[in-house]
Design a protein around this ligand. Structure first.
Ligand SMILES: Cc1ncc(C[n+]2csc(CCOP(=O)(O)OP(=O)(O)O)c2C)c(N)n1
Length: 317
């Protein structure tokens, strides 16, 4: 998990640098500071489980094993991107790794995750579907519909709210009737209230293992609220100035990476071992960047291919 934390952080920081160099096409929504959630869950899933993420999906994709070079090339809109450069930062998907997509329509993917979970039930497999979303998503109808259906049908869906205290530029508490936007509503759907420290990879991993095991063994859905913080703004266009500096400072003290580093040292892991992991990851991020930059720009002829099932537009008639 230490390696994964660094991979996710390194990838996010590099994506930001490449954006500043005007190389990233379209927008980006980074999850710097929130890496422990994707890391803890990534380590709890089997290769054929399903993951659904929102537009802030880089970390969730990499934690499922998406190739960082193909992910970076996708951000740059290059032909060697994971989706041929057509999806960009907001839509990273790699079905071969169980990463079933990053969805920009808030809440829609919770219902889609139920579909994957239902399909697993119908096919008699023990696959589990995990849907990651933000605190703001708990105020949209799809959240409530998805939880209700998952419970009624006892679906193997794990709903994971990453409560980073803000929906876009709005503090979640000024637009939400309960103190804990996800956990505070669990009882309404017959679910246990589960709140965890989303900056602690071990706490996330333990909660993930429990929920995944419950879903896999026929125990139905879970709703987990992980409290965390994004260290940057909502998207590339947002410096995040609406946040009180003391709040930003207090959360910087709770950055998951130095905290986990200190825990591993206290458990007897050697500093040199941790440093060598960091170096390996830094090199891998450089290799991914070079791979992405070396990719060709897609040519015009590819505009209408792989957009619809047959690549054409006759479906309109
Ligand atoms: C259905 C829908 N309504 C509104 C938006 C615009 N929108 C984009 S991001 C966002 C806030 C989401 O906040 P949250 O769920 O807390 O996610 P976070 O940004 O914290 O990851 C909104 C409302 C959207 N993408 N989809």
């Amino acid at each position: 998990m230490y390696r994964t934390l660094h991979e996710l952080r390194g990838f996010g920081k590099r994506a930001h640098d490449l954006f500043l160099q005007n190389l990233v096409k379209g927008t980006t929504h980074l999850s710097l500071g929130q890496e422990a959630v994707a890391t803890g869950f990534g380590a709890a899933l089997q290769p054929d489980d399903y993951t659904f993420a929102s537009y802030r999906g880089h970390a969730h994709s990499l934690a499922r094993g998406m190739d960082p070079g193909a992910a970076m090339a996708e951000l740059l809109g290059r032909e060697n991107g994971i989706l041929g450069g057509k999806g960009g930062s907001m839509h990273l998907t790699d079905a071969s790794k169980g990463m079933m997509g990053s969805y920009a329509i808030i809440g829609a993917h919770l219902c889609t995750a139920n579909g994957a979970a239902w399909s697993a039930l119908m096919r008699g497999t023990d696959q589990v579907a995990v849907a990651f979303f933000g605190d703001g998503t708990t105020n949209i109808g799809a959240f409530h519909e998805a939880l209700n259906m998952a419970k009624v049908w006892s679906l193997p869906t794990v709903f994971v709210c990453e409560n980073n205290l803000y929906m876009e530029y709005t503090p979640i508490d000024v637009v939400t009737a309960v103190e804990h936007p996800a956990a505070g509503r669990a009882a309404a759907y017959g679910l246990e209230e589960i709140m965890i420290d989303g900056n602690d990879p071990d706490a996330v991993h333990l909660a993930a293992r429990d929920a995944v095991e419950r879903a896999r063994s026929g125990g139905g859905p879970s709703l987990i609220e992980a409290i965390t913080y994004r260290s940057g703004g909502h998207s590339r266009a947002d410096p995040g100035k609406y946040r009180p500096p003391e709040e930003v400072g207090a959360w910087a003290e709770r950055d998951p990476i130095p905290l986990y580093h200190a825990r591993l040292l206290s458990l007897g892991v050697e500093e040199e071992r941790l440093e060598s992991i960091q170096e390996e990851v830094a090199q891998a991020i450089d290799v991914a960047t070079e791979f992405a930059k070396a990719g060709a720009e897609p040519d015009e002829g590819s505009l209408l291919t792989e957009v619809y099932a047959d690549g054409g537009s006759r479906w309109r008639n």
